[in-house]
Design a protein around this ligand. Structure first.
Ligand code: ATP
Length: 363
């Protein structure tokens, strides 16, 4: 059993910097959990507390049912993979991977067997006698993974392990790490600021902001049913477009545009039924807006096209919508009508709109 439980975990740095507030959730045995959030939200601090590299100010941390708050990092049975890989440049790949086993005084034949097994899994067999300096970035990343795997730990803890790789290699390695984790079935916590990485790799994703957990759920649930405006805007790329609007009966008024909301929305959100001139925040994902001439829908608004970025399979169309926008990072920030904040829409490539046009947009 390698379930990891965080119960009301707090971290205060120094006298008064409260970096983590009452973090509570469970990571199931064998689960791939991603901590995601903007820079400074506390995701590395949370991971480092699980690893034992940072003290826990208050709360209880358990690994496999055992309280480990006061347990030394080396006795927690977790293996950390760092962003920098932390490889020894003068040691061979074999020696790098073997290092934690040497430290643990594992007998030599057993070390050889486990290193070769890990190398096989990671396709490093041909490189075992080379030095890290002679390897590609992706191969170095795999050596760092190898060093974690040989220990056969109860959990892997990974802190932005792909951030030193170029964009193409990142995409390849994220698939490799995710499939490796599923094959080994080892409970994993993976920290990233990249929501695409979080969505593609995690069984579940914990979204954090300013030291507080915002929502923890499957990627699809975060996308479909965000708990708050921050999660709505953080998950999805380009970001969800957010506006202040008014709901009256079934009519939604978005600045100078009005349209009727389909019944399906009220079925999902019964609390909205029967609203009378109620202020609401409306979120519209870029992929849920298209040129009404190409793909008509009952809900339509008029918008001015400010920029068209043709990407081949779709066009990113920037729209000025005459309605007060909401700043995703700061839900209290609301812009004025017409002050230039653009919505982004993913239009079908069949759309012929151009900058300067007034377009009818289907939602
Ligand atoms: P990033 O993606 O930039 O690494 P993060 O989400 O991992 O960010 P943390 O490194 O966990 O954020 O830091 C959370 C907050 O705690 C930040 O405001 C940071 O400045 C602060 N912090 C981190 N380490 C310390 C420390 N040793 N002493 C004081 N404050 C710290």
């Amino acid at each position: 059993m390698a379930e990891i439980s965080l119960n009301n975990i707090n971290k205060v740095y120094g006298d008064d910097f409260h970096a983590i507030h009452d973090l509570s959730f469970d990571i199931r045995d064998g689960e791939f959990m991603v901590f995601v959030g903007p820079s400074g939200c506390g995701k590395s601090t949370a991971l480092r507390m699980v690893a034992g590299l940072e003290t826990i100010t208050s709360g209880t941390l358990t690994v496999g049912g055992r309280v480990v708050n006061e347990v030394d990092p080396k006795d927690r049975d977790v293996a950390m993979v760092f962003q920098s890989y932390a490889l020894y440049p003068h040691k061979s790949v074999r020696e790098n991977i073997a290092f934690p086993l040497l430290m643990a005084k594992v007998p030599k034949p057993e070390i050889d067997r486990r290193v070769e097994e890990a190398a096989e899994i990671l396709e490093l067999t041909a490189h075992l006698d080379r030095k890290p300096g002679k390897l590609s970035g992706g191969q170095r990343q795999r050596v760092a993974m190898g060093r974690a795997i040989v220990r056969q730990p109860a959990a892997f803890l990974m802190d932005e392990p792909l951030s030193n790789l170029d964009a193409k290699l990142r995409v390849q390695m994220r698939a490799e790490i995710a499939s490796l984790q599923r094959r080994l079935g080892v409970t994993t916590i993976y920290v990233t600021h990249d929501q695409v990485e979080a969505m593609t790799m995690g069984d579940r994703v914990a979204v954090m902001k300013a030291g507080r957990l915002q929502q923890v759920d499957t990627p699809q649930a975060l996308y479909n049913r965000p708990d708050n405006v921050f999660v709505a805007a953080f998950i999805g790329s380009p970001s969800m477009n957010l506006y202040e609007a008014e709901l009256d009966g079934r009519t939604l008024t978005l600045g100078t545009n009005s349209f009727d909301i389909p019944d399906a929305v009220f079925e999902k959100r019964p609390s909205l039924a029967g609203a009378q001139k109620r202020p609401v925040i409306v979120g519209i994902r870029p992929e849920h807006m298209d040129d009404a001439d190409v793909r008509p829908a009952s809900a339509q608004i008029r918008a001015r096209v400010t920029l068209v970025e043709a990407l081949g399979a779709e066009s990113m169309v920037h729209l000025a919508i005459d309605a007060p926008w909401v700043d995703a990072g700061d839900p209290d920030a609301v812009g004025e009508i017409g002050d230039g904040k653009a919505a982004v829409a993913r239009f079908s490539p069949k759309s012929g709109v151009a900058a300067g046009d007034t377009a009818t947009v289907a939602i």
